[in-house]
Design a protein around this ligand. Structure first.
Ligand code: C2E
Ligand code: MG
Ligand code: MG
Length: 592
């Protein structure tokens, strides 16, 4: 769509008024006299207009109108081949052109002709010869009126949001652009039933106030959190937002790579709308339900997407609690599984369903166990033993990771302290720390308290951090690391080589150990490039005074490779998988 109906009308007539957006209008002229069109164009250029479509051949007028969709048409009535009246009839009979405002230019107009033209929907008349100031005035009036009319037709008067018509145009534009830009377009159909219920209990005024509040929250969300200019005000349309009905709102997201991101956004929107609000002296917690349709999967027209999303939101509303549903059954199955898993995960620690397995870490040169990595599992009552990759991310999302992490820390420290007391040696015990735990700020104190409570020596504890954790907020991360170092614990960087840590930062962190990611080990010793990478990492670690450990060693050849590259330690299935505590103790006893 070429015309920018979103821009607000500016006041004019003031000396230094900002340039009126009306001047961006596309002005089309149809007149058989080139002199006439030249003159009018010159007058309008004087006034600041710059966008013209001109033809002196009326037979070309209709095609040109369809192609250019001008903001306004200046039409001569007396022309050869086809008269202005005939053109007007064609325009009014054309679905696309029907609403184009038309100003008629004519030398001598009889009252009958004027009447006929008015019946054909002409907005205004200009008599020839054209007077410059009159031309400019009439054109402005017509454009401003048309814009006001569009505003009435295209906007919801309560919230000021666009309604369905401009929303469809906007969504269609995103869909069409998607074909070039890639990614997905998601359409959210958001329903807030209280916008209707409130009318019955507290009156229309309150219901409208709630609708406005929801609109403002969605607007703010789209522009601040999604950092995408919305339909309103933004000339560049990256996001569409509309009120589609009394209780319905529509919103889009675009350029998305996967459904997980869409899910995250849906959850945030639900939380945002649910924030308490004062309406008509009542404190209200609005509830929303969301239906989500994706393009291309669920359709390639705005209407298809809107309908699929509306169907999905109707299904979603069968749940008593605010929630979202995808239009596609497949995506729902996945998110329902996660939902179920998530609610079961709450309280898993309290119900004693977490298990800690230990994987030996060995000295490459002597092949003796020097420590262990504690790896958490979840003994689910129906699913059996659930691996961490299936629930750690979920636990982070649901805010459950700190509890789980605390349980892991306490269990691992207690076990390792016990091994030392049992004379099995002062083993190093490594725990994995998740980003939210690291960011919480109380990690140092928790480590300290746990070591005191369990009697574990700080030199026995290894904390495994990941690159992304450190790179997210370098200064804060470094400060936290120094705090932990001051306790006397060992700091290790896990999955090294998969993140984006810069070497200069790496140098500035108080790290003790580099852990080479398994992906670099898998193809050893055959892959020459991986050999080169591992050699580089080992040398890098050593030159920075760190010890280096390889994870995922599965074959004797891989171990031999580590020996020749002078890697210090290793862990992997070759020696042992992660095992329950009694089996790990048995391994320690064998070694003695
Ligand atoms: P990680 O810290 O990199 O742990 C190493 C993973 O590699 C473990 O998977 C381990 O079982 C696996 N592994 C070890 N040796 C081999 C091998 O030779 N071959 C193969 N194919 N795999 C090997 P696991 O136990 O499934 O843990 C996966 C990830 O879950 C861990 O990666 C860690 O990021 C996370 N995780 C585990 N426990 C915890 C925890 O208590 N807290 C947090 N925040 N994350 C944890
Ligand atoms: Mg680890
Ligand atoms: Mg790892």
């Amino acid at each position: 769509m070429k015309e920018d109906i979103w821009a607000d009308t500016q006041p004019w007539g003031l000396e230094d008024a900002p340039r009126s957006p009306l001047l961006d209008a596309k002005v089309m002229m149809v007149d058989d006299e080139p002199l006439m069109t030249d003159l009018i164009q010159a007058y309008l250029e004087d006034d600041g207009y710059a966008n013209f479509v001109v033809t002196n051949d009326p037979r070309k007028a209709i095609d040109l109108l369809r192609q250019e969709e001008p903001s306004v048409l200046l039409l001569d009535l007396m022309m050869p081949h086809i008269s202005g009246f005939e053109l007007l009839e064609l325009i009014r009979g054309d679905r696309k052109l029907r609403y184009t405002p038309v100003i008629v230019l004519t030398a001598a107009t009889s009252p009958e002709a004027k009447l006929r033209a008015l019946q054909l929907g002409v907005t205004d008349f200009l008599s020839k010869p054209v007077d410059e100031s009159e031309l400019v005035l009439r054109l402005r009036n017509t454009l401003a009126f048309h814009q006001y009319h569009r505003r009435l037709v295209d906007y919801d008067s309560v919230t000021g949001l666009p309604n369905q018509r401009p929303f469809d145009r906007c969504v269609q534009e995103l869909i069409d652009r998607r074909e070039l830009a890639g990614g997905m377009v998601a359409l959210f159909s958001i329903t807030v039933p209280q916008c209707r219920q409130l009318r019955d209990s507290a009156g229309q005024h309150a219901a409208d106030a709630l609708a406005r509040m929801v609109a403002r929250r969605l607007e703010r969300f789209a522009s601040e959190e999604l950092k995408q200019p919305t339909l309103i005000g933004g000339a560049e349309r990256n996001n569409c937002l509309a009120r589609l009905g009394t209780v319905h709102f529509g919103m889009t997201l675009q350029g998305l790579a996967d459904a997980d991101t869409v899910e995250q956004v849906a959850k945030r929107v639900l939380a945002l709308i649910a924030e308490p609000v004062m309406v008509a002296e009542h404190e209200l917690e609005p509830s929303a339900w969301i239906g989500i349709a994706l393009s291309p999967a669920d359709g390639s027209t705005s209407e298809d997407l809107r309908k699929s999303a509306a169907l999905a939101v109707a299904h979603a509303q069968q749940q008593t609690h605010p929630t979202f549903l995808f239009a596609s059954a497949e995506l729902n199955a996945r998110s329902l599984e996660r939902l179920a898993l998530g609610s079961a995960l709450r309280g898993a620690a309290q119900r004693g369903e977490l298990r800690l397995h230990y994987q030996p870490k060995l000295d490459v040169a002597s092949n003796r166990i020097v420590g262990a990595e504690a790896l958490v599992r979840w003994q689910h009552p129906e699913l059996g033993l659930v691996p961490p990759l299936r629930f750690i991310g979920l636990a982070e999302e649901l805010g459950l990771i700190n509890g789980i992490g605390r349980w892991v820390m306490q269990t691992a420290c207690r076990d390792a302290a016990q091994w030392a007391r049992d004379g099995l040696g002062e083993l190093k015990i490594a725990i994995n720390v998740a980003k939210p735990q690291f960011q919480l700020g109380s990690l140092r104190d928790e480590l300290q308290a746990t070591m005191t409570a369990t009697g574990l020596q700080p030199r026995q504890l290894v904390v495994e951090l990941t690159e992304s954790m450190l790179m997210d907020d370098v200064d804060n991360g470094r400060a936290l690391m120094h705090e932990m170092k001051a306790l006397g614990v060992t700091l290790s960087i896990d999955d090294f080589g998969t993140g984006y840590s810069s070497l200069s930062y790496l140098k500035s962190f108080p790290l003790d150990e580099l852990k080479i990611d398994r992906s670099f080990v898998t193809d050893l010793p055959d892959s020459a490039s991986d050999v080169a990478i591992v050699r580089a990492i080992v040398d890098l670690g050593h030159s920075l005074g760190m010890s280096v450990i390889a994870e995922g060693i599965e074959t004797p050849e891989q171990l031999a490779c580590m020996q020749s590259l002078q890697c210090d330690n290793y862990q992997g299935f070759l020696f042992s998988k992660p095992v329950p505590v009694d089996q790990f103790v048995a391994l320690l006893q064998q070694q003695r």
